[in-house]
Design a binder for this molecule. Sequence first.
Ligand code: ZN
Ligand code: ZN
Length: 552
Amino acid sequence: MKKNRFLYTTIFVIVILILILSYTIIKIVTPKKEFPKLIIGIVVDQMSYDFIPRYWNKYSPDGFKRLISNGYFCKNANFIHFPTYTAPGHSCIYTGSVPAINGIVGNDWLEKNSTQLHYCSDDTSYSTVGSFSNEGKMSPKYLITSTVTDELRKSNNLKSKVIGIALKDRGAIFPAGHNPSAAYWYDEESKKWITSTYYMQNLPGWVEKFDEQNLPDTYLSEPWNTLLPIEQYTESLEDNNKFEDTFHGETNPVFPHNLPELKYKNVHLFRDTPFGNTFTKDFAIETIKNENLGKNETPDFLCISFSSTDYVGHKFGPNSIEVEDTYLRLDYDIADLLAYIDNNIGMQNVLIFLTADHGICGNPEYLKSLNYNSGTFFHNVVLDSVNNYLYRTYNIKKLALYFINQQVYLDRKLINDSEKDLNEVAKNVSVYIKNNIEGVKNVYTSSELESDFSFDYYFRFFKNGFLENRCGEVFVNFQPYWIEDRTTGAEHGSPYYYDTHVPLIFYGWNIKKGETSELINMTDVAPTISAILGISFPSGCIGRPIKEVAEK
Ligand code: ZN
Ligand code: ZN
């Protein structure tokens, strides 16, 4: 009996030991899956930080407020490059880098040894998929360094699905990186989501089906009226004011905007309304559903960019009821997206970040009416004035080719052929602009930007935006509140707070609730996501993971 008891006890101990041992082995061999199943990057085009506090009391509990109240809110996130435009902004967020390194120095630029400007994502070696227009002849070929989305795909032999979507091609193409599963953007002519043969030969059936619904026509079949009674828009100027642009066919920029009539006179009408964002949200949900995002073994990544905020913002300016209404409607679109995730994937499985590609400067005429030092540069006037100066000095016509991205592009070939010294011409132009054009704060030549030192605070923004092969010879930094080309509506591009300071929110999955007012560089977003996913940082990354978000 005693012998049996001893035997049973021994067997019991051995079984327990085997169980403990196998559990330990399994634990060592199989790492714990602690990654989100889906990452959703949301970039709101032109969303200045200011739009969070300004409209806070009007937001619903389920959109921006839900993200901020339960997620981690970086209240002082800033871009550190110039120019603060759409393509450089999106590229910075996803590469963790600046134009000087990732190559996206503007929306358009002039390549060295060329005399024609080209668009950042143009690539004529590919064709449009989904319509007969030329709008799909695109690729990310000018993006020099990798994106966080590239690194995710590379980390698991392309098992993760990565998809970029935005009305603007550049808002979809650069976030999705060099080798995504897909990137889709909106073709205004055909009113369809399209792509390029760079990504695929045919649209998936579900995209064609979505396009067949003709949702843009449905959204344009009723007038755009304010979501709330118009007298409640107390954060904005009165509806009828001289600082706003109008749609073609309107006498005044006032509600209701009669979309069913205006659509015949305004080619870009749809994107210039908040419904362009709603349509993007509709398509984003359809993408998650049809591509089974968040339902796979490896994390998927959906990059969404809401472009209509930028189009409405340019037209009406940040103090308009139109912009306020666009944000209140976007708030509901975001709430819809979050609700879809709750019901279909579970927010504990999804990591969301929301930010913007740049902010916005107020309307210069409005700022003047408040006695601020503000004004407008007209690029043609600057270019003509520089060329007249160069003619007087060198007796050669049209030595300056373009004034874009606040840069003078000199005709390098003409200067070379006439045996002039490029650096000397550039220096003379910079002195001329600084001394003769009103509203200029400082001027930097390309050779100054190639050097490493300046006492000027904004020098580093321009240095971060300078890539010799793609930039001009003279960079002009305007005074704060001076913008290019517009007297109605608004513009962005500067290194000043109103253009660099954007909201940055992380939410969902394991993100702890919290906030910080510490200065965070927008180059930190990509390495933060990389650290969470346990993957390599993008190749040209210069940022650092945000500790409070990246560490568990
Ligand atoms: Zn933008
Ligand atoms: Zn813009």
